[in-house]
Design a protein around this ligand. Structure first.
Ligand SMILES: [Mg+2]
Length: 282
C-alpha cells in the first residue's frame, strides 16, 4: 500500500489538530500553505479536536501564534460537543465532571448543575483530566455503584495524547477504564470523534453535503472512523499516530480514502502552484 492523494477538491475540509496541523508547538510541513490555499479558493476549513482541556478560544490563540489565524467559530472540540449533548439529551441533570477548567466553565455557563455529592449526581462525565485524584474516583464510584444512580459518559475515547519526541500523556480512556473497573458500569456515550455529532457541530452553518467533504487526521480509530460513520471521504496523514502498517491491519471498510505523507498533498495542483516537497516549508 502506497500513499494516495486526492486528484480534486472537496466542498469543505475538516482537520484534526494534534499530529495533523501541528505537533507540539510546530506546524507540520505544508500545513500553513495548505490552509492558506484552501481559504484563497474560498473553500470552508474547520478544525476538530477531541481534547477537552482547552476551550476553542485557546486553540484559536495557538493557531494564531503559529501563524494560522483562525476564527473561534471554525474550531469545534469536546468542550462544546459535551455541553451541547447534555443540554439536548439530559436537561436538568446534575453532573459530576472529572474535568479541567474549560469544560467545567462551559457547563456552568450553559446552566448545567454541577455537584460533588454522590447522592444527587445523575451523570459522571469522564474526560482528559490531569487533576484526576482518588477522591474524584471515589465520588464517581459512590454515585454509580453505591447509590446506583449515575450513568457514566465521556468526552473522548483517546488512550493518550501524543507529544513531540514520541512521548504522550494519559487521556480520557484511562479515566473511563478506572471508573468502569471499580463500578462494573459501562460508559454510555462518548461525544468526541468518532461520534458523528462532531461533524454536525463542525459543519453547522455551512450549506454543504458531508458526502462531498473530507475529514483529515492522523488517527484511524477516531479521525478516519469519524469520516466512515458520517459518510465522508477521509485522509490519513502519516505525520502523527498512524503508519501504513496500521492501515493494513484495519478492515477495509474502516480504511481512509486517501493516505498522505504530508498534509499539503491534499492540494492536487502542486505543479501549477510551483510547490515542492521541502521539509522546511510550513
Ligand atoms: Mg491527532
Amino acid at each position: 500500500m502506497v500513499p494516495i492523494a486526492p486528484t480534486g477538491f472537496h466542498d469543505a475540509y475538516l482537520f484534526d489538530l494534534d499530529g495533523t496541523i501541528y505537533l507540539g508547538d510546530d506546524l507540520l510541513p505544508g500545513a500553513r500553505r495548505l490552509i492558506e490555499e484552501l481559504r484563497r479558493r474560498g473553500i470552508p476549513v474547520r478544525f476538530l479536536s477531541n481534547n477537552p482541556t482547552k476551550a476553542p478560544a485557546q486553540y484559536a490563540e495557538k493557531l494564531e501564534r503559529l501563524g494560522l489565524a483562525t476564527p473561534v467559530g471554525d474550531i469545534a472540540n469536546t468542550v462544546a460537543t459535551m455541553t451541547n449533548w447534555l443540554v439536548s439529551n439530559h436537561p436538568g441533570a446534575t453532573v459530576f465532571p472529572i474535568a479541567e477548567r474549560p469544560l467545567i466553565d462551559a457547563l456552568t455557563q450553559a446552566g448545567i448543575r454541577i455537584s460533588e455529592d454522590p447522592a444527587e449526581i445523575d451523570i459522571v462525565i469522564a474526560s482528559y483530566d490531569r487533576g484526576f485524584t482518588y477522591e474524584k474516583l471515589q465520588i464517581a464510584f459512590d454515585a454509580i455503584w453505591f447509590h446506583r444512580r449515575a450513568i457514566l459518559v465521556a468526552t473522548n475515547p483517546d488512550r493518550y495524547c501524543p507529544f513531540p519526541g514520541g512521548r504522550g500523556e494519559p487521556d480520557c480512556a484511562a479515566i473511563v477504564a478506572a471508573i468502569e473497573a471499580c463500578t462494573g458500569a459501562t460508559c454510555q456515550q462518548i461525544v468526541g470523534k468518532p461520534d458523528p455529532s462532531m461533524v454536525t457541530q463542525a459543519l453547522a452553518g455551512l450549506e454543504v453535503d458531508p458526502r462531498r467533504c473530507v475529514m483529515v487526521g492522523d488517527r484511524l480509530g477516531t479521525d478516519i472512523e469519524l469520516a466512515v460513520r458520517a459518510g465522508m471521504s477521509s485522509a490519513l496523514v502519516l505525520t502523527g499516530d498512524s503508519t501504513l502498517d496500521d492501515v493494513l491491519a484495519t478492515p477495509e471498510a474502516h480504511r481512509p480514502t486517501y493516505i498522505l505523507e504530508r498534509i499539503d498533498r491534499l492540494i492536487p495542483s502542486w505543479d501549477e502552484l510551483g510547490w515542492t516537497a521541502d521539509e522546511e516549508t510550513r
